[in-house]
Design a binder for this molecule. Sequence first.
Ligand SMILES: Cc1ncc(COP(=O)(O)O)c(C=O)c1O
Length: 437
Amino acid sequence: MAVKIGSKIKGVIKRDGKVIFTTTREIFPFVAEEGHGDRVTDIEGNRFIDFTSFVSVYTLGDDANAQIRNAAKKQMDKMMHAAFLDFYSELPVRFAEKLVKMFPPGFGRVFFSNSGTEAVEDAIKLAKIFTKRSHLIAFYGAFHGRSLGSLALTESKTVHKAHFGPFVNVSHAPFPYPYRSHHPDDPDECSKESIDFIENNILGKEVPPEEVAAIFFEPIQGEGGYIVPPIGFFKQLKELADKHNFLLVDDEIQAGYLRAGKFLALDNFGVRADIYTMAKAIGGGLPLGATVAHTSLGDTPAGSHAGTFGGNLVSVAAANASLDYVKRNMRSLQSKVKTKGEKIMKRLREMEDRYELVGDVRGMGLMIAAELVKSKRSKEYAVKERDKILMECFNNGLLLLPTGKSAIRIIPPIPISDSDMDKGLDILEEAIKNNSK
Ligand SMILES: Cc1ncc(COP(=O)(O)O)c(C=O)c1O
């Protein structure tokens, strides 16, 4: 059924425009009312199938969300904030003990914050204090957040950075992007290009290795376009990091928490980092960031780092219930990620065969994207077409988000029903068809 944009929606959007700073809001006139599973409703009662998980936060779906909400409500009645930076509480300690068990042996120590960007800030500080080095390396296309430290690492759109500098010292290298690489059919060469760039350009011309603290990366680039690097890439990166004693910092904020099939997306590549960051899904809808480091790196001196709300009891209660749910249902969640992911990929690949507009289909688990191009030969980004398709889907009751220059991301909650998944994909295909010449 077509979505109706009535006076309630128009009214909120008008008031918002007067009083709220513009963020990244896309073109969609979606004004949320309720929902936390694979369906959401706006304030006029329009119902939508959700292919966004509200930016990879409502990953676990309805059943888990009910348990998460109950745990948060109970904790709210007991105590909400206990100044975890100055005093002790048991719940965040219990949650941290449980969380580190989801990491490889030797992890470790946790720092709690309230968002993804803060988790990355914490990782920057940890990398610097543990190595006593100051320079960082990250990748083009990366998105690590928007506060001034993490923004230095972010390099996916110039608008993110314009007028906000100067930044901390970061050198950027190309991220292996198989579809647009000079070697699309040769994963080793595609990876090697990035590694050689770091060795020859960054370490050879810009900064001596002794000054580099860490390399920051996303296992699958999120905001940059859902770019999955060749499977051997991170092994090569780890060899380079070991050679020069750099730390590896893995940003799992979007790809982690089962989205890419494993609790840590990097585990799909058979590599371990030294520091990990998590946020988004970990709080089950409440704000929580976690930075997890290997125990061998040591501890921070008292007073060197803290934050008023890190370890907030309500957020941690929600995260704790969410993690319990994950542990109890690990097998079935992973099997859902696999079967549903495969089904979506199959449908999208059929669309790739059928429509000139669909240039590339890629992803891992339930972190999937279709990149739209004006023609398969030119690979010219089809930005306007992508935006029209997103809007058409919205008008037909499917919530989607863009990613990269001209891609559409598909990140539904893991337990999305088959019928909603099929309906959503039908809406998407119809829009692609209508916008194909
Ligand atoms: C990989 C990654 N890192 C960091 C962030 C920043 O998280 P937040 O928006 O919670 O600050 C994001 C947000 O999209 C992200 O995708």
